[in-house]
Ligand binder design. Structure first.
Ligand SMILES: Nc1nc2c([nH]c(=O)n2[C@H]2C[C@H](O)[C@@H](COP(=O)(O)OP(=O)(O)OP(=O)(O)O)O2)c(=O)[nH]1
Ligand SMILES: [Mg+2]
Length: 131
């Protein structure tokens, strides 16, 4: 039987050339690493709906528009994920960690030095190409 794949909506929030990242808590899967905010797509929800919901819940912004960047399938061994990554430049509100998670705005040079889950290598590569 093939393993269940968890669909995750991920948002790369960009403002004035900087990227918003949050730190995953130690208890979470891939805990202690930086992430682009987002979360699991629920049943009867589109990726865009999940993205808007998760970004409202986790960082308090309202997404007005987003662009698909790439989709990554990655098997962590204990969990198989499909990250559907969107770039979000069109939003209202001030991004902040609403769930107590550390967060920061970083430029690309800093972004590439942060510790992310392994699947995120492809996201950083895609952003490097865009620049
Ligand atoms: N949000 C996010 N998840 C990522 C990234 N990279 C990566 O491998 N993941 C993985 C880690 C998790 O296995 C999964 C996302 O799950 P999540 O913990 O954010 O899901 P969620 O917000 O719905 O939270 P919960 O229900 O687990 O509390 O995707 C990333 O950049 N951002
Ligand atoms: Mg999440």
């Amino acid at each position: 039987m093939s393993k269940k794949v968890v669909n995750v909506a991920v948002g790369v929030i960009v403002k004035q050339g900087k990227y918003f990242v949050c730190k995953r808590s130690d208890e979470q899967h891939q805990g202690g690493l930086w992430e682009f905010p987002g979360g699991k797509v629920e049943v009867n929800e589109s990726v865009e709906q999940a993205l808007a919901r998760e970004l409202a819940e986790e960082i308090g912004i309202e997404v007005k528009g987003s662009e698909h960047l790439l989709t990554i399938e990655h098997d962590y061994g204990d969990k198989q994920v499909r990250l559907v990554v969107h770039t979000v430049e069109d939003f209202t509100g001030e991004a902040k960690g609403l769930e107590g998670q550390p967060s920061q705005w970083v430029d690309f040079e800093k972004l590439r030095t942060l510790d992310f889950p392994a699947a995120n290598v492809d996201i950083i590569d895609a952003l490097a190409v865009q620049k």
